[in-house]
Design a protein around this ligand. Structure first.
Ligand code: HEM
Ligand SMILES: *[C@@H]1O[C@H](CO)[C@@H](O)[C@H](O)[C@H]1NC(C)=O
Length: 321
């Protein structure tokens, strides 16, 4: 009797902790196999043409997915435009003049709607497109768990407070990721996304003028296109990974070991603290990075999805139905 009671209590505790983590969602890679069999090939071909015309787009779409998931979960909130009745997230500080790729998602969504009307969420399209962006730039591929639904709301305040800033310390990054159920390995692996794409002078100015743990020649070179005062050069772009910004490899981590990190937050991952050993491991072992990146992407994609009858399947990714 006591043993039975203990088991009932243990089961209840397990259910309660799953609920507390918001991990009740049962996403599945086969979710649309019956309802939209052409989904994956439509997303793949949309991303293939986008990356062919501009390789950076693989990076831009990957970042959209991160900025979606970290703000109240992977619910396509980041895709909503401002309107008279809704304040979206696009003008939050980490996103304004920076996030891009919305037209690519729109184009894929219209082809998906034509094939399978009212069936596939914008949140799932974004998750698949991010995966394909990585793979098209020579990164790994994986089966993306699906079944997310789209939110009817957005939160500019949450976008401002939940998205880490490039001035963050390692400790701040670790706790920002921990608050999303992601551990230090996930943090370092996911930061490896900065092996592709670019950043604006506004994001790395203080790093190249004021940080001491930066390769001197690299800092000098970056200062040339980023004036010390904010103004006209704010939007000047440079690759996050100076070696190979259109190739998804472990070059980002090799840069960090040599103090070639572009963002202050990047260099914090090899800045004398507890996560240095993970960065060093990925710098040595690209296979370990690729494996951990996939694991962490799936975990990030599981942050508080709307499932079942929650949320909706938007017909236009930019506005609620
Ligand atoms: C660890 C905390 C992170 C910080 C502080 C951070 C910050 C930034 C900043 C400041 C930029 C440049 C934006 C600009 O100047 O316009 C950037 C770009 C980018 N970030 Fe992150 N990021 C982080 C993590 C991530 C994660 C987890 C991912 C995806 C898994 C990601 C993917 C990207 C990509 C791909 C770009 C380049 C985008 C493009 O070229 O359009 N970042 N990030
Ligand atoms: C560098 O630090 C100094 C002293 O804190 C500050 O006055 C200056 O604005 C900083 N420069 C940049 C480019 O961040």
């Amino acid at each position: 009797m006591a043993a039975l009671l203990m088991r009932v209590v243990a089961a209840a505790v397990a259910v309660a902790s799953v609920l507390a983590l918001g991990a009740v969602a049962q996403l599945s890679p086969t979710f649309y196999d019956g309802s939209c069999p052409s989904l994956q090939s439509i997303v793949r071909s949309g991303m293939t043409s986008a990356v062919q015309s501009e390789p950076r787009m693989g990076a831009s779409i990957l970042r959209l997915f991160f900025h979606d998931c970290f703000v109240n979960g992977c619910d396509a909130s980041v895709l909503l435009d401002d309107s008279s009745t809704l304040t979206g997230e696009k003008n939050a500080a980490p996103n304004a003049n920076s996030l891009r790729g919305f037209e690519v998602i729109d184009a894929i969504k219209s082809r998906v709607e034509a094939a399978c009307p009212g069936t596939v969420s914008c949140a799932d399209i974004l998750a698949l497109a991010a995966r394909d962006g990585v793979n098209l730039l020579s990164g790994p591929t994986w089966a993306v768990p699906l079944g997310r639904r789209d939110t009817r709301t957005a939160s500019q305040a949450a976008a401002n407070s939940n998205l880490p800033s490039p001035s963050s310390s390692a400790a701040t990054l670790v706790s920002a990721f921990a608050s999303k159920g992601l551990d230090s390995r996930d943090l370092v692996a996911l930061s490896g996304a900065h092996t592709i794409g670019s950043a604006r002078c506004a994001s790395f100015r203080s790093r190249v003028y004021n940080d001491s743990n930066i390769n001197a020649g690299f800092a000098t070179k970056r200062r040339q296109i980023c004036q010390p005062q904010s103004g006209g050069s704010d939007g000047n772009l440079v690759p996050l990974d100076a070696m190979s910004s259109v190739k998804f490899d472990n070059g980002y981590f090799r840069n960090l070991v040599g103090q070639f990190g572009l963002l202050h937050s990047d260099q914090e991952l090899f800045g004398g603290g507890a996560v240095d050993s993970i960065t060093a491991q990925y710098a040595r072992n690209g296979g370990a990075f690729a494996r951990d990146f996939v694991t962490a992407m799936i975990k990030m994609g599981n942050i508080s999805p709307l499932t079942g009858s929650n949320g909706e399947i938007r017909s236009n990714c930019r506005k609620p139905n």
